[in-house]
Design a protein around this ligand. Structure first.
Ligand code: PHE
Length: 386
């Protein structure tokens, strides 16, 4: 990886000015007690076919840092974010993680969104004992890597059950087709969890097809799916392929409802799939229609900063950063060991995406929302509690 070009942006929010202080901060990195700033790393897909994941998350994190630094930082020390772009590639995410830990000496890492990339990062963070918080990776294996790996979102056994329940109860579906991305740990896991729950509810899986992210022609798999006449297609992919698949499915005359998970959450989804996405539903971490004051005030602040409504990733990035700051504030020295211990004790933290409590596996138990895609809008349908 050419780190020179892959560094999206080093956001030095509130960094202390002056040569001397800069030199001091360089000399004493790793010792957060004396360093001029507290360094936090971020790894995300700022470019590539999942770029909105990285960008939205980054914006949420940046907002949280600005607010925290405006309050004086953490115990008087300003937070500095070092943000690296992995271009959506697990191997780049791993390289970025090593760099953040060994060269930049960050106290903690925020990221990644995609489970496959978090899975590439987690063993490194665990080995160096640097806490890593994924805002949004939902595959159970991510936090199972070790006691330094946390997340602030729900996990896929729950998300799969949510969509199985929605398919059987709300849509009265009996026969489903599954169409999974075999290159994505997220997609494979979520497909399996959905399948298990849907079979338990008395439904039938009439066909289970696969694709690999990066492909653009899905006609042969969709033709096999069409032949089985499913009531619903479960498509737990990321937005770029989902948009293309929806388009090609409708062109083939498939009218069945298309269902998916949080990986659909992008402003690009509709740009790619257009009206083919009508009659589609996906589970997500938050809805912008939620009238809770905390949610609406976050939306207002975000809108002011970025001139757009935040998606779920912006909200989760914001929550992940704030959970980290809250933990750091309770420590004496801010060492990685203390931060790890404090994160594990996170309890009833009021986030934009709900109340966050770390369970013994460092996962958060939260409710999910189901959204309908309609003419480019994500309409709130229902909330499903754990
Ligand atoms: N949950 C997805 C994964 O684990 C990532 C994701 C979360 C994508 C939220 C979009 C929105 O890979």
């Amino acid at each position: 990886m050419n780190l020179g070009t892959s560094v999206l942006k080093v956001t030095r929010v509130g960094i202390l000015k002056g040569r001397l202080l800069a030199a001091v901060s360089t000399l004493l990195i790793g010792s957060s007690v004396f360093a001029a700033t507290i360094k936090i790393g971020e790894v995300g897909s700022m470019t590539g076919s999942e770029a909105t994941f990285g960008i939205s998350t980054h914006e949420g994190i940046e907002l949280a840092i600005k607010e925290q630094n405006a309050k004086g930082g953490i115990k008087g020390q300003k937070i500095e974010l070092i943000s690296l772009d992995d271009q959506g590639k697990p191997e780049e995410a791993a390289i970025a993680t090593t760099k953040l830990i060994t060269q930049d000496k960050v106290v903690a890492i925020l990221g990644e969104v995609a489970s496959s990339r978090s899975l590439a990062m987690a063993p490194i963070a665990q080995k160096y004992k640097v806490p890593m918080i994924s805002p949004s990776s939902t595959n159970p294996k991510v936090t199972a890597v070790g006691d330094h790996i946390f997340r602030v979102c729900f996990i896929d056994p729950f998300q799969g059950a949510v969509m199985a329940k929605f398919a059987s109860e709300n849509l009265k579906a009996k026969k489903v087709a599954i169409f999974r991305d075999v290159k994505s740990d997220y997609s494979v896991g979520l497909s399996d969890f959905f399948k298990e729950a849907f079979l338990k509810a008395g439904g039938e899986v009439v066909v289970d097809q696969s694709y690999s992210s990066g492909e653009v022609d899905f006609n042969s798999q969709l033709t096999s799916i069409r032949a089985k006449k499913p009531d619903v297609i479960f498509l737990p992919g990321y937005y770029t392929e989902v948009g293309l698949i929806a388009k090609q499915a409708r062109k083939l005359g498939i009218k069945a409802a298309i269902l998916g998970g949080d990986g659909w959450d992008s402003e690009k989804l509709y740009e790619i799939g257009g009206k083919s996405l009508n009659n589609s539903y996906f589970s997500n971490h938050y809805s912008q229609d939620d009238q809770t004051p905390a949610v609406q005030s976050f939306i207002a602040t975000y809108k002011k900063a970025y001139n757009k409504i935040p998606d779920g990733l912006g909200a989760l990035g914001y929550d992940a950063a704030r959970v980290l700051f809250a933990a750091m504030e309770t420590t004496k020295t801010g060492s990685t060991a203390e931060v790890q211990g404090a994160l594990a004790k996170t309890k009833d933290f009021q986030g934009v995406t709900g109340k966050i409590t770390m369970d013994e596996m460092r996962n958060a138990t939260k409710s999910a929302v189901v959204l309908e895609v309609k003419d480019g809008k994500f309409l709130y349908k229902t909330t499903i509690n754990p």
